[in-house]
Design a protein around this ligand. Structure first.
Ligand code: GSH
Length: 211
C-alpha cells in the first residue's frame, strides 16, 4: 500500500495532491510539527535519513525527496497521466518546470529567509534583484505564454512548482499584485477538485494563500 507521510504545512502537500490528481488508492499519515522547534517530530525524522518531508512508503520501499517521489509515483502508477512524453513538443518545457521549483526556486526562497534572519544584505553589497524576484518574474512571464507551466496541459510540473507560489509565501511573504498571470493561475489551480480535496486532507486548518 502506498503511504504518504505528510508533515503539516510542508512541501509534502504536493505528494498528497499528486495522489489525488491521479485518483490513487493511498494511505495518508499526517504528522504535526514540533510546536517548539517547528521541525518535523522525531517519528517523522526516523522515517528516512533525510529527516525531511515528504517521505513515502510503498511495501518495503521508503523514499524521500519530492522530485524522486513524484517521478516514482508517476512512473509506477501514473499510466502516462500528468506527464509529457519525449516526443511531445513541450517536453523540454515540462522537464524545465518539473525541476526548476526544487532546483532553483525553493533554494532562492531559503536564501531570502537566511538573508532576512541575518539582517539583510551585507553592508556595501550592491542592491540587486534576489533570485526569488527573478523566479517570480520567470513564472509570471511563462504564464503569460501558456495556461500551465508545461503548456496547454496541467502536469506534474505545476504540482512541483505550486508550493513556492502558495504555502511558501507564508514563510517568505510576497504581494502578488504585480503578478496578474500568477494570480489568474492560482485561481485556476484553486478550482481543481483534486487540489481542494488534497488540501482539505493535508492541512484542513490552513487557508492556502491563493491570492
Ligand atoms: N528538497 C527536499 C526539501 C525537503 C524539506 O526541506 N522539507 C521541509 C518541509 S517544507 C521539512 O521537512 N522541514 C522540517 C524539518 O526540517 O524538520 C524535498 O523536496 O523533499
Amino acid at each position: 500500500m502506498l503511504t504518504v507521510h505528510h508533515l503539516g504545512v510542508s512541501q509534502s502537500d504536493r505528494i498528497v495532491w499528486l495522489c489525488e490528481e491521479l485518483d490513487l488508492a493511498y494511505e495518508l499519515k499526517r504528522y504535526d510539527r514540533d510546536p517548539a522547534t517547528r521541525q518535523a517530530p522525531a517519528d517523522y525524522k526516523a522515517l528516512h535519513p533525510s529527516g525531511t518531508a515528504p517521505v513515502i512508503t510503498d511495501g518495503d520501499l521508503t523514499l524521500g525527496e519530492s522530485g524522486a517521489i513524484a517521478e516514482y509515483i508517476l512512473g509506477k502508477y501514473g499510466q502516462g497521466r500528468l506527464t509529457l512524453a519525449p516526443d511531445h513538443p513541450n517536453y523540454p518545457d515540462y522537464l524545465y518546470w518539473l525541476h526548476a521549483g526544487q532546483g532553483s526556486f525553493m533554494p532562492a526562497m531559503m536564501m531570502d529567509l537566511v538573508a532576512r534572519a541575518m539582517g539583510g544584505q551585507p553592508a556595501g553589497a550592491a542592491p540587486r534583484a534576489s533570485r526569488s524576484d527573478t523566479a517570480f518574474a520567470n513564472i509570471e512571464a511563462r504564464l503569460g505564454q501558456a495556461p500551465y507551466l508545461a503548456g496547454e496541459d496541467f502536469t506534474a510540473a505545476d504540482i512541483m512548482t505550486l508550493f513556492f507560489l502558495t504555502t511558501g509565501r507564508l514563510y517568505a511573504p510576497r504581494d502578488l499584485a504585480p503578478y496578474p498571470n500568477i494570480r489568474a493561475y492560482l485561481e485556476r489551480i484553486g478550482a481543481r477538485p483534486a487540489f481542494r480535496r488534497a488540501m482539505a486532507k493535508a492541512d484542513p486548518d490552513l487557508a492556502i494563500p491563493l491570492a
